[in-house]
Design a protein around this ligand. Structure first.
Ligand code: PHE
Length: 471
């Protein structure tokens, strides 16, 4: 991922129809690792289990899987293809492609909205990343050993109620992210991720193994996989759709930016499938590791954002080698969160570089600092301001804190809207010849199916879910 440091966008914006000189990923694998690094993160291990719990399990999971297959994968294909053809940062890619095909300049807004979404998401993502950092310490300090589920619950409650501790961990997380983005993502880092991600995967498998040893594995399994549609609400469907975008990092230009580094001879379709499957597997396995523990300890699946922090430590506290496993697990969770956070800060920094000629280090510092400051609102939402519901007068937003609103607006509105326009752009506006060239799956049945999905299915699905929820 060294390439990301060279600010190709600024250089290639000048020459309109060649991407010559634009750096490339060294291989298909390098791209898959980077894109999976962005996709796999807190969304899979923290958010997926807790929203699944809040939305009643199986039926929600089924809708989520359908959203990944029918909407997420096609949009990932479209987004990466647009990025590769544009060969620059999202805003400039949209500008170039719109100019090339004689379209409205307003397509640039798509890139702009994505950048704002990145900014907002990172502000709360970093606070949750901070929770994971705090738990590295808790685990290494042996605080989980033999602890009851009550005391584990109190530990989490104690963390949330203390704004200064939260601020400290949030700051540390942002410092890590800013340092990496400022220095450029080094190849050393790429190698590290190469090793660490498979270890995280293996550790999740260990946790699933532990869950299997409890007598509630069956209960957890059927909670996840046997759908009960009476538990599914229209809001739940919107949450599932939004999460499909969130977990795959779609609809906001991140995959577009990464796609611009993808060599021409790599199959976008195959790659998008690989990344999506890896991401989905991690989420499902995390669910399988967590829900049996929820039931074994008589806890509520709908416990909310603290779910993994209140369940996994119980298991680490009981299993042999739990201090080591627990510490390793939270370290790797931090790594997964950092690799996603990098991809969230990158577009902001790129924009600074392009618009104002601010260099990478300064851009990372200014961007990181503003995001850090915004993060304070999320921290206060968890304690001092937990009773402050700015949009509480609307029924839809009743009881939602600033943190809840940031999460809702980005994942449930901005990302699907971005995805809708990406699908429309590729389905209806980008030249057919260019689309065929980028996808290189010929123009047979597979191509026709994909185009049909992008033209009709994806836009209709997003619109239907939107309309239902606004009514
Ligand atoms: N996909 C990341 C996760 O699941 C979050 C993310 C969203 C990253 C959007 C980049 C862009 O944790």
């Amino acid at each position: 991922m060294t390439e990301l440091t060279q600010n190709p966008a600024a250089g290639s914006a000048a020459s309109d129809d060649s991407n010559a000189g634009h750096p490339m990923w060294s291989s298909r694998l390098a791209f898959i690792l980077a894109a999976s690094g962005s996709a796999v993160g807190l969304g899979n291990i923290w958010k997926f289990p807790y929203i699944t719990g809040e939305n009643g399990g199986g039926a929600f999971v089924l809708v989520y899987l359908l959203c990944i297959a029918l909407i997420g994968i096609p949009i990932m294909v479209a987004e990466v293809a647009i990025g590769r053809r544009g060969g620059s940062s999202p805003i400039n890619s949209m500008r170039k492609l719109a100019a090339r095909d004689g379209l409205s300049k307003r397509w640039v807004w798509l890139g702009g909205m994505g950048m704002i979404a990145s900014f907002l998401i990172l502000s709360f993502y970093s606070v949750i990343g901070g929770w994971a950092l705090a738990y590295v310490g808790n685990s290494a300090g042996g605080l989980f050993v033999g602890a009851s589920s009550e005391s584990i619950g109190e530990m989490f409650g104690g963390l949330l109620s203390d704004p200064y501790t939260l601020l400290m961990w949030h700051s540390l997380f942002m410092v890590l992210v800013v340092m990496i983005v400022a220095r450029g993502v080094s190849s050393g880092m790429e190698k590290a991720i190469n090793i660490l991600m498979p270890i995280l995967f293996a550790l999740i498998l260990v946790m699933v193994g532990y869950a299997m040893s409890t007598d509630s594995f069956g209960a957890g399994f059927s909670f996840l996989f046997s759908p009960d549609f009476s538990k599914l609400t229209t809001e739940g469907v919107l949450t599932a759709l939004g999460h499909a975008f969130f977990t795959l990092s779609l609809g906001m230009g991140v995959m577009m930016a990464y796609g611009s580094y993808l060599p021409k001879n790599v199959s976008i379709v195959k790659t998008a499938f690989t990344v999506s499957i890896v991401d989905t597997l991690v989420a499902l396995l995390a669910g399988l590791a967590i829900f049996p523990l929820v039931f074994a300890n008589g806890m509520e699946p709908g416990a909310g954002p603290g779910l993994i922090f209140q369940t996994l430590p119980i298991a680490f506290g009981q299993m042999p080698g739990g201090v080591l496993f627990g510490t390793l697990f939270f370290v790797l969770l931090v790594v997964a969160a950092v690799t996603s956070a990098i991809s969230l800060l990158e577009p902001v920094v790129e924009w600074f570089e392009e618009q104002k000629g601010i260099d990478r280090t300064k851009g990372a510092l200014i961007g990181g600092w503003s995001i850090w400051a915004l993060g304070v609102l999320t921290i206060l939402s968890l304690n001092e301001w937990s009773g402050f519901h700015p949009l509480g007068m609307f029924e839809r937003f009743e009881g939602k804190t600033i943190f809840d609103l940031l999460d809702y607006v980005t994942a449930n509105l901005m990302m699907p809207l971005g995805g809708l326009f990406i699908a429309l752009f590729m389905g209806w506006f980008m030249s057919k010849q260019a689309t065929e060239n980028e996808l290189s799956i010929g123009n047979g049945a597979a191509f026709k199916l994909l185009m049909f999905i992008l033209r009709f299915v994806t836009p209709a699905a997003v619109l239907v879910v939107f309309v239902y929820n606004l009514m």
